[in-house]
Write a protein that binds this ligand. Structure first.
Ligand SMILES: *[C@@H]1O[C@H](CO)[C@@H](O)[C@H](O)[C@H]1NC(C)=O
Length: 352
């Protein structure tokens, strides 16, 4: 009896902690995110796709953000987005050539509760799993000649989210085997950040350490920790986030390698990476409830502040330049708008 009571009290306080976690929000960022989301849709979205050359994978990221801001702000504006966002793109998505793109799409369908579509695109990605080149992991594309960080990190995050939602043990096993392979490769550089991928000799190819490649993996690690209790998953995530703070910021604000205050060298994809890093960091914190004295939560609020100080333009439109004031190098596009939205949602999910 006492045991049962203790257990139900423990369960109740766990549920309470979960509820508080879900409700944690910092309203000023949520308000800014709501306006940014409305502007993203009214200005950059038309007839089943985003303008400015934005690829469907970013549309999938956008759809995810929009569903999330509805939940956070208590609105119901974007429930239908998932049914229109890919309309122009099914030819490209279903040709089986882009093993990273289909995973962003699966994540968005999973978030929307469209499980059959999530499984369909998950299964497209699973075709990329291969042991013959560098001993494991997934190929990036149908050319089957390149293994990179993003495709494998996505497979970790998506497999974890699939397992968390649908409970099929295959997904957890896929998460574990992908992580075991990824950490056995030299894809992570000596500064603790993931480079783009592997060269033909299975060495680190030394290509750019994009911000989002330090973010997506955190959600895979979070689900690994949640479902196996593996403490090293948290240690690894902390170490990656510490490397981000040490090496990918200027004056405390995230800076993509292609960014400067005076010249824009980032394409549409690259303009949206920082928001993904922020968003996935917040997702890690939400799943694990593990921080280091609010270090990472504070970092996310600092990114929200940078966006509101440096990237903001008139009426809630945002450039891609967070770390400093624009001196001609800022881009104002669907991708930069979505990136700011990701950061504002991430900050909005923290306690003020
Ligand atoms: C927490 O952060 C402090 C300060 O950066 C660091 O010294 C410490 O090692 C961190 N703890 C963990 C568990 O990462």
């Amino acid at each position: 009896m006492a045991f049962t009571l203790a257990r139900s009290l423990a369960t109740a306080s766990l549920l309470l902690a979960g509820a508080q976690l879900a409700q944690a929000k910092c309203q000023k960022y949520v308000d800014a995110a709501s306006v940014a989301a409305a502007n993203l849709q009214s200005t950059y979205f038309a007839n089943g796709g985003y303008i400015n050359g934005q690829q469907p994978w970013i549309g999938a990221v956008d759809a995810y953000y929009l569903m999330q801001i509805d939940g956070l702000a208590g609105t119901n504006n974007y429930g239908g987005v998932i049914n229109t966002v890919f309309n122009d793109w099914f030819g490209q998505l279903d040709n089986g050539q882009s093993y990273d793109d289909v995973q962003w799409v699966a994540l968005a369908y999973l978030r929307a509760g469209q499980f059959d579509n999530a499984k369909k695109y998950y299964n497209f990605a699973s075709v990329a799993v291969d042991a013959s080149f560098c001993g494991g992991g997934l190929y990036w594309s149908g050319a089957r000649n390149y293994k990179n960080a993003i495709t494998n990190e996505l497979y970790m995050a998506l497999s974890g989210y699939m397992y968390d939602t649908l409970g099929d043990a295959t997904y957890l096993s896929n998460l574990q085997s992908t992580w075991n392979w990824l950490k056995s490769t030299p894809m992570r550089g000596s500064n603790g950040l993931f480079n783009d991928g592997l060269n033909s000799a299975c060495g680190n190819n030394g290509q750019t350490q994009w911000t989002y490649n330090q973010g997506v993996i955190l959600v895979g690690l979070a689900y690994l920790y949640k479902h196996t209790g593996d403490e090293t998953a948290v240690t690894s995530a902390f170490s990656i986030m510490d490397s981000v703070i040490a090496s990918l910021t200027v004056n405390g604000g995230l800076r993509e390698g292609c960014e400067s205050t005076t010249q824009n060298l980032c394409n549409a994809d690259q303009q949206t990476f920082k928001g993904i890093l922020a968003y996935y960091m917040a997702w890690f914190l939400q799943i694990t409830n593990r921080d280091n004295n609010s270090k990472y939560s504070n970092f996310l609020k600092a990114q929200g502040d940078k966006v509101l100080q440096n990237a903001v333009g008139p009426s809630g439109f945002y450039s891609n330049l967070w770390f400093d004031h624009n001196a001609g190098g800022a881009a104002w596009t669907a991708s930069s708008q979505a990136s700011a939205l990701g950061a504002l949602i991430a900050a909005g999910q923290q306690n003020c």
